[in-house]
Design a protein. Sequence first.
Length: 232
Amino acid sequence: MEEEKKEQEKLEEEIKEEKEEKVWVPKTELGKLVLEGKIKDYDEILKISKKVLEVEIIDYLFPNLKTELVLIGGRTGKGGGQQRIPIRITAKVTKSGKRFHYSAFAIVGNEDGYVGIGRGKSNEPRRAVEKAIRNAKLNLIKVVRGCGSWECQCGGNHSIPFKVEGKSGSVRVVFMPAPKGVGLVCDDETKKLLRLAGIKDIWVKTFGNTSMHINLIQAAFNALKKLYQYNR
């Protein structure tokens, strides 16, 4: 686990260094409004239902956005068996030899009600992670939080307001409100999504092939998306 975290941190640091060198020049009307200060909140963008096409808009509105990589790949462990890693490696055999392709799956969030997921593919692992983070930022949603547990009824934002479920492939995820102190009762990968969304207490039930982490996170993300849709 420590080796995986170090590899992830190195990739993220390299991507951040590249971004700091670039100066943002807006190309869309929405980007110009954000840079001029006419739009100061992401909620305003959601109200006018405009699609975000520039990742710099998200970087500008959420300067402290955090990132997590989902363990979608695997490699042989030291003692045998399979060790999960954040990069999936696939090979294509050609006349000139093997050509490797890399894919990554990222989660971004501010730990206060906003979260996004995205997938990236490239011939280099670093580029794959960069694309995944970029796509996750462009797929940012608002998560409605609350306290829908009859055991608590504190009126806070530590859980979700009502039961909701999401589906992707063979995986189905059910989220249920939980009282304070319960924590995130789910697997480690789903915890990454819920933690970055700002949810602290929740009951989670999963069905299907949950070892397929991409479908698992997409199903959980679809469930969180429904919280905002049903609340409108």
